[in-house]
Design a protein around this ligand. Structure first.
Ligand code: XMP
Length: 430
């Protein structure tokens, strides 16, 4: 293994991620693990140089004392206990421990080397994946989103043709998205990629389904069914690759932290698929995942793309999905992205997209009355997607986008701009 490692044991502190990032900023790789980790598990990890007990021992969470296994004290590893006063819990890591104490612990007590960088991380993960998988095969649902793309690139580097990627086109992808997955992974990285055209199947199932939650459910469960069918066609698969990243683990709740929200990714895969998981990104934060993708040679626009909901354009084609409106969403979204990129707004605005409601308005084309759809533009900025404010887009850019949508997108006679912050509106419409 290339990198030294500091283990942070989660004793119920709200500061685990801040601390992990602080240590990584000092050049040392750190991983966050549950407080009840066994000595045996720790012994299987290489290059562990020290342990930080984060949250102070014997903290009470939900009436239970959170404490570590006593056997950890006899591992002979340097340990530091950080007891944050409750009142400081929601503040940034300040003086407890201050940077100097932390540095002294890392570099003097633990004698760790500052050798954490993406190149070393990838080399270590490649070795760990090879050890775990051996000669066997891994299956991966490759949506083309940042996380699944980076995992795919990592697995291709580690095990090449032993990775089988399945890309399901559910018909709710953005313009040219599936094509770009095929171009990058099949043509450039020579991945073993199965492309499943499930467009008709999904659109068939979604016909007349107008309730937003029901739409999500149909898309999610149909995705699982398609993926399962593909998995059953294959033989000799023992592992499932997953693009789990550290924020997913926090959001789904850890042993000491409550769940923030349930995960609603289309990629949520069935539990009864009896595979062992390969999750090489599960200790990384989003910016680190992107850096990892770049280091692995993925294109910039794939790694730095804006968030895109699992159910795709399905939640932007409001109400019961119809093909004409779905095309209007897809085409207008492509125009918006193109114009935002030209204006440099793609680097500035957190998320921007178009929506097509399921009603029409009166208009005029070629001197005749028309009754057609409208496109709503939404562009927002946020830190954590929990609250959001609108981007005050330059009038000229909006006019250019509007002109192009009205000229190029069929069945559309009106363009609006959504001025609503979150709350009370959410970022998506459904
Ligand atoms: P809302 O609409 O709840 O969205 O303000 C917050 C962020 O989450 C994204 N989003 C989803 N992402 N699966 C996802 O992976 C989903 O079902 C989903 N719904 C919303 C949304 O695009 C925004 O970035």
């Amino acid at each position: 293994m290339k990198q030294d490692m500091i283990i942070i044991l989660d004793l119920g502190s709200a500061q685990n991620t801040v601390l992990a990032r602080e240590i990584r900023a000092l050049g040392v790789y750190s991983e966050i693990h549950p407080h009840d980790i066994t000595a045996e598990t720790l012994k299987t990890m290489e290059n562990v140089k020290g342990i930080l007990l984060n949250g102070g021992e014997n903290r009470i969470v939900d009436g239970q004392a959170i404490t570590i296994r006593p056997e950890l004290y006899s591992l002979g590893l340097p340990m530091l206990s950080i007891d944050y006063p409750q009142s400081k819990c929601n503040q940034q890591l300040t003086a407890l421990p201050d940077r100097e104490t932390l540095k002294k612990f890392l570099f003097e007590d633990c004698k760790a080397d500052a050798n954490w960088n993406m190149k070393n991380f990838i080399e270590d993960q490649v070795e760990l994946i090879r050890r775990q998988v051996g000669e066997r095969k891994v299956l991966l649902a490759l949506s083309g989103g940042v996380d699944s793309s980076v995992v795919a690139a990592m697995l291709i580097k580690a095990i090449g043709q032993q990775l089988v990627c399945v890309h399901v086109n559910h018909g709710l992808m953005r313009k040219n998205e599936s094509e770009s997955v095929i171009r990058v992974f099949r043509d450039q990285l020579h991945a073993n990629l199965i492309y499943v055209d499930a467009v008709e199947r999904f659109l068939g199932k979604l016909e007349h389904v107008d309730d937003p939650e029901q739409k999500r459910k149909v898309i999610g469960s149909e995705f699982i069914r398609v993926f399962e069918e593909e998995a059953h066609k294959l033989e000799g698969i023992d592992f499932l690759g997953q693009g789990t990243i550290y924020p997913d683990i926090i959001e789904s709740g850890t042993k000491t932290a409550k769940m923030v929200k349930s995960h609603h990714n289309v990629g949520g895969l069935p539990e009864d698929l009896k595979f062992e998981l390969v999750e090489p990104l599960k200790q990384l934060f989003k910016d680190e995942v992107r850096a990892c993708g770049i280091e692995l040679g993925l294109p910039h626009d794939m790694v730095y793309r804006q968030p895109f909901p699992g159910p795709g354009l399905g939640v932007r084609c409001l109400g019961a999905i119809t093909r004409d409106r779905l095309e209007a969403v897809r085409e207008s979204d492509a125009i918006l992205r193109e114009e935002f990129a030209k204006a440099g707004l793609d680097k500035k605005v957190w998320q921007y997209f178009t929506v097509v409601p399921d009603f029409k308005s009166v208009g005029m084309k070629n001197n005749a009355r028309v009754f057609e759809y409208m496109v709503i533009i939404r562009a927002i900025n946020t830190i954590d997607a929990m609250t959001a404010s609108i981007e005050k887009v330059d009038w000229d850019v909006l006019e250019k986008v509007t002109t192009r949508i009205l000229a190029e997108v069929a069945n559309v006679n009106r363009v609006c701009y959504d001025m609503s912050p979150k709350p009370p509106a959410t970022i998506e419409f459904e």
